[in-house]
Write a protein that binds this ligand. Structure first.
Ligand code: PBG
Length: 329
């Protein structure tokens, strides 16, 4: 009680504050999302994601070497699929020589020790921009899950360490685990996007991959029938519990900042590593405000990521990973 207890005593100097600090970011906290494109010598800017790029395989190789040098240990790969390869079945995703499969091999060859994860979803391959097969105005669950399981095996065959299904179909973790085991890929892990919300914060990402749901008759205009309602909390626990029971090694909450209550709850409820995806819209907001001179870019970036870790994230997928590590020095 005051005056014996003076809380400010522990804030007296930078040295003391660093001694009693409860949450510290390190390079090992991060998963670096990477966007890959066909071609050579390509480093393409993304309008709604300043300072972030899509890389062709040759430059991807350079990029992962740099990440490793910086102390970053994990990447999450996404591909931008040429329009001509898109359909309503995702069959281009199964091509052993497809862009994703080549990207996995490129990264593994460049830095064998780097932990490589891949996004497993149909949307970059879908002419409709959906995470599943579309029929009669609906996103089909079970047929989509079958394709996702095949995609996961194809990535495993190419050498991925862990697959990250981001589709939110029911039962996909179970089916992917089963397919991986049957294929002899017992050691390939699953990081499941477990509590993934139907969020408007994914906008810039969909620009980056040109994967937004398309407008059309009988095509759902958003992902609300499979991604979660932002208003729901209990459902997040139900989804996470199911994914763990089905065989997920790591679970994820996504987006980050607007869902930190969910992060804390998932962390407290379950005994598995929890990852958080600080998504494209969260990144874009900081970049835009900083560009206008309205916010201090680095300070806000560190504060938000510290908040995500404090809320319970063991791992953070973030477009800021490199900038944070540079700042940490
Ligand atoms: C694909 C996928 C999305 C993101 C990760 N995987 C977009 C979506 O579900 O529409 C979003 C990532 C981000 O916004 O940074 N299923």
């Amino acid at each position: 009680m005051y005056p014996i207890q003076r809380n400010r005593r522990l804030r007296k100097s930078a040295a003391l504050r660093s001694l009693v600090r409860e949450t510290t970011l390190t390079p090992q906290d991060f998963i670096v999302p990477l966007f890959v494109v066909e071609g050579e010598g390509r480093k393409e800017a993304i309008a709604s994601m300043p300072d972030y790029y899509r890389y062709s395989l040759d430059l991807l190789k350079k990029e992962v070497l740099e990440l490793w040098e910086m102390g970053l240990r994990s990447v999450l790969l996404f591909v931008k699929v040429p329009d001509g390869l898109k359909d309503n079945t995702g069959k281009a995703a199964l091509d052993a020589e497809g862009l994703m499969q080549r990207a996995i091999k490129t990264v593994k060859e460049a830095v064998p020790e780097l932990f490589v994860m891949t996004d497993v979803a149909l949307d970059p391959y879908s002419i409709y921009g959906h995470d599943g097969i579309v029929k009669d105005g609906k996103i089909l669950n079970d047929p989509s899950v079958e394709v996702l399981a095949e995609i996961a095996c194809s990535h495993a065959q190419a050498g991925v360490d862990m697959v990250a299904p981001s589709d939110m179909m029911d039962g996909r973790v179970f089916r992917i685990r089963q397919a991986l085991d049957e294929g002899g890929f017992q050691d390939t892990g699953i990081m499941s996007y477990s509590a993934k919300y139907a969020s408007a914060f994914y906008g810039p990402f969909r620009d980056a991959l040109e994967s937004a749901p398309v407008a059309g008759r009988n095509i759902p205009k958003d992902k609300a029938t499979y991604q979660m309602d932002p208003a729901n909390r209990i459902e997040a626990l139900k989804e996470t519990q199911a994914d763990i029971a089905e065989g997920a090694d790591i679970v994820m909450v996504k987006p980050g900042l607007p869902y930190l209550d969910i992060v804390r709850e998932v962390k407290d409820h379950f005994q598995v590593p929890v990852s958080v995806y600080q998504v494209s819209g969260e990144y874009a907001m900081i970049k835009a405000a900083a560009e206008k001179g309205w916010l201090d870019h680095d300070a806000v970036m560190m504060e938000q990521l510290t908040g995500i870790k404090r809320a319970g994230a063991d791992l953070i997928a973030s477009y800021f990973a490199k900038e944070v590590v540079s700042l940490l020095g």
